[in-house]
Design a protein around this ligand. Structure first.
Ligand SMILES: [Zn+2]
Length: 425
């Protein structure tokens, strides 16, 4: 049993309603709770020392400050399973109740800061971060074409499958929590290969090296053929839903039998299709006052050459994969065009419901499920012993998913956080 499990058990055993008020304690009373998996119609949630102490019908000790939860719902802080961070990104995330972010490629890869922060219970204005660090690609391959040449030049590339092990070992040495690979030839934009990409041997060798170093291998794909190759090579996750074609039964069976999981990024496909979902979100009075200038800029960015078929295809594929029982976590790919840290996970939850998820399943995909898959420890649940990363919202997002935007209060490590946006970044 892990040390973490022992902490939880200890908290369960000592949780009693006669607990005296302790410093840093507070309680949310008479609140509906979505605990990461299921809904508790009404409970009192007691927090002490940055952790959840008890969840139930027990009375609140005298002297403990309380928050009235009537007519409201308490959900775990949200987890965005696909982002790219930059200075200020984690603060943007937390202002919208996203308390944990999983970076999927990053030049800065600030593990020396991220690792202690996610263990700490100190007051913070920023979401916690896990990261892939640099991804594995080839000369002239994705995502180098999106980077300024000076940055692209800093990224090591694979010349052959033999180089995979040393590449992965170097990432692990830097602190990468998982390994990111890119299969991308841009064929989703018209059937022809337009860019060099990893060979099948290189993909398989990199995934094997990641597993040898006990890391998950997460593969960027945007086509079914790329997804098939990643799956056959033993990848743990697809970093995107593919929008190039409706998933075949064959692929769904393969994905299921390999137990691969999916990060959705439906919001990116909505933006790439020219839909104005994100721009409407930016104008929502529950969103607009809290946006930084950069969040507003990326969220409202327009696609120059929209591909209208991408979104309906990707949505159908998420629906089919969910129906097939393939595990799906909510990821946004913020801050790509039409997305923003913190805000876009709320949109992604709504899109998951459009893809046939129940609101509870959608919330699970942004809380307890990524915690389990990525082994994120004491988060993603509202239960004794877990970190008090909490979001209180008006209404009932377990029935109307859009209510996640009606944020009343956010706590990180048991501290209520402010929501004033920076004037610039
Ligand atoms: Zn990405």
């Amino acid at each position: 049993m892990s040390r973490f499990a022992l902490v939880i058990l200890a908290a369960v055993c000592v949780a009693t309603p006669v607990l005296a008020a302790a410093p840093g304690s507070f309680a949310i009373q008479h609140v509906r709770v979505f605990d990461g998996v299921r809904t508790i119609p009404e409970a009192n949630v007691l927090v002490r020392g940055g952790r959840i102490f008890s969840v139930g019908s027990g009375s609140i000790p005298q002297g403990v400050p309380t928050v009235d939860g009537a007519g409201k719902t308490l959900i775990p802080g949200l987890i965005d399973s696909h982002v790219h961070v930059f200075p200020g990104a984690q603060e943007d995330a937390l202002r919208f109740g996203v308390t944990t972010e999983l970076d999927m490629f990053d030049l800065a890869r600030d593990f020396a800061k991220w690792r202690p922060q996610r263990e700490s219970f100190a007051k913070t204005d920023a979401a916690d971060t896990w990261g892939a660090g640099l991804g594995v690609t080839v000369k002239g391959g994705a995502p180098l074409e999106m980077l300024p040449p000076t940055d692209a030049a800093k990224i090591p590339v694979l010349a052959n499958a033999v180089g995979a092990k040393s590449f992965v070992d170097a990432r692990v040495k830097e602190g990468s929590d998982y390994i990111k690979l890119f299969i991308e030839d841009l064929s989703e934009y018209g059937g022809k290969k337009r860019m060099p990409t990893l060979s099948r041997d290189e993909v398989c060798a990199t995934i094997a090296a990641a597993h040898a170093d006990k890391r998950l291998a997460i593969v960027h794909v945007q086509t079914e053929s790329g997804a098939r190759e990643a799956t056959e090579c033993g990848a743990d996750a697809l970093a995107h839903t593919f929008p190039d074609r409706i998933a075949t039964r064959d692929f769904l069976a393969l994905a299921k039998s390999h137990r691969i999981f999916l990060e959705t990024t439906l919001d990116v496909w909505a933006a790439a299709s020219g839909l104005d979902i994100a721009r409407k979100l930016a104008a929502d009075p529950r969103v607009a006052p809290y946006l930084s200038p950069f969040q507003k800029q990326t969220l409202t960015a327009k696609e120059d050459k929209p591909h209208p078929q991408f979104f309906p295809t990707a949505l159908a594929n998420v629906r089919a994969m969910h129906k097939a029982g393939i595990p799906i976590v909510a990821g946004t790919d913020a801050p790509n065009s039409g997305t923003a840290h913190g805000v876009s996970p709320h949109e992604e939850l709504q899109l998951l419901v459009r893809a046939g998820f129940t609101p509870e399943d959608a919330l699970n995909a942004a809380t307890a499920l990524p915690t389990k898959i990525f082994e994120l420890g004491d988060r993603g649940h509202i239960a004794p012993g877990y970190r008090a990363d909490l979001v209180l919202v008006k209404g009932d997002p377990t029935r109307r998913i859009g209510d996640t935007l009606s944020i009343v209060r956010i706590w990180k490590n048991g501290y209520a956080i402010g929501r004033s946006p920076p004037k610039k970044h």
